[in-house]
Ligand binder design. Structure first.
Ligand code: NDP
Length: 311
């Protein structure tokens, strides 16, 4: 029997993992901040002492959208640095054989060559809006590397693109773009609003990955990726923001006006990430199309409204 501990196990990615049936001989334990505050070293030691995992999937993080990251960089830096340092050091001390940690493509340097490869991770400043979160996440990669160099630990890092899906945080201020889009569109349809306004002109391109696909990649990585280098994970296809808005409108049958407020910033035009190493590592799962993923997320939001996170 191998015991797999999932920190942040009741967040969006954790819930997607919970829906995946455990393989024979495996026991999965999902914990959240209600069980242990991982910014506390004592709580983290207690967690490892009580659960005694063989493997850790480390998802716990202070996660937020542009606004939260931009206005509270000190909180995002401190909490994430504490959580990551505690979890990795304890994993080593409790002889955990494998840790799968999750970085994010938003922590790559802002001024970078495209497509973005894993080896560029430390080659420059992250975007100024999320540098607290980004530097703390980059140290997760550094800590994993040091434990591998000094103690031979197979602690790996995956780097997902923008994730979205059921159980996301639908708070308009604290959440990510797709969750805010789904909420705005479903609410406008329900309330019969004549128009919805979005910032910018809808032209920026992004790579989006449906959360169930991220859960599948994590399960694959536990037994199939041991590399020292972090590994980009996600669907390589890019969609424009305006395409996403149209997909959400079609999914919910919204027929009002879509207004683009071009007085507001459009953000970085693109952040294309290279998935070449994921394919080289042998990952062959098929990713959900963005249209299908957005439709499922809208359906989930409508079925669960108003009992969704962030409302
Ligand atoms: P969520 O915000 O949905 O979940 C985060 C989890 O971390 C929650 O279970 C939360 O517990 C837990 N947590 C936060 N603070 C603490 C703490 N102090 N002690 C213990 N647990 C804590 O995040 P996601 O599921 O979206 O993200 C999972 C991972 O993927 C994160 O590491 C994130 O950085 C990364 N990632 C996410 C992306 C995205 O687009 N969402 C993109 C790229 C990477 P509780 O539920 O009790 O609050």
């Amino acid at each position: 029997m191998r015991k797999i501990l999932v920190t942040g196990g009741r967040g969006m990615v954790g819930k997607a993992l919970q829906h995946t049936p455990a393989a024979p001989g495996e026991m999965w334990v999902f914990v959240s901040s209600d069980d242990y505050d991982l910014t506390s070293q004592l709580d983290t030691i207690n967690m490892f002492h009580e659960i005694r995992p063989n493997i850790v999937v480390h998802l716990a993080a202070k996660v937020g959208g542009v606004n939260g990251n931009n206005t509270k960089p000190a909180d995002y830096f401190y909490d994430n640095l504490q959580i990551n340092t505690n979890v990795l050091q304890c994993a080593h001390q409790y002889d955990v054989e494998k840790v799968v940690s999750i970085l994010s493509t938003c922590i790559y340097p802002d001024d970078v060559k495209y497509p973005i490869k894993e080896e560029y991770l430390h080659n420059g400043e992250p975007h100024f809006t999320n540098y607290g979160y980004a530097y703390a996440k980059r140290m997760l990669e550094v800590q994993s590397r040091t434990l591998r160099a000094q103690h031979g630990r197979k602690y790996i890092c995956l780097v997902p693109t923008n994730l979205y899906g059921p159980n996301d945080n639908f708070d308009l201020e604290g959440g990510h773009f797709v969750a805010a889009l789904v909420r705005k569109m479903c609410d406008a349809k329900r309330e019969g609003s004549p128009s919805i306004t979005f910032w910018g002109d809808g032209s920026p391109l992004r790579q989006f990955t449906y959360v169930d696909n991220m859960a599948e990649a994590i399960i694959w990585a536990i037994d199939n990726y041991d590399g020292a280098a972090p590994l980009n994970v996600g669907r390589s296809f890019e969609n424009s923001i305006s395409e996403l808005v149209q997909m959400a409108a079609t999914s919910v049958g919204y027929e009002g006006d879509i207004i683009w407020d071009t007085t507001k910033p459009i953000g970085q035009y693109k952040k294309t990430v290279c998935m070449g190493n994921l394919r080289k590592a042998g990952y062959e799962e098929i990713f959900e199309s963005t249209g299908a993923g957005i439709r499922k997320t809208c359906e989930w939001y409508q079925a669960n409204y108003p009992n969704v996170r962030g409302l």
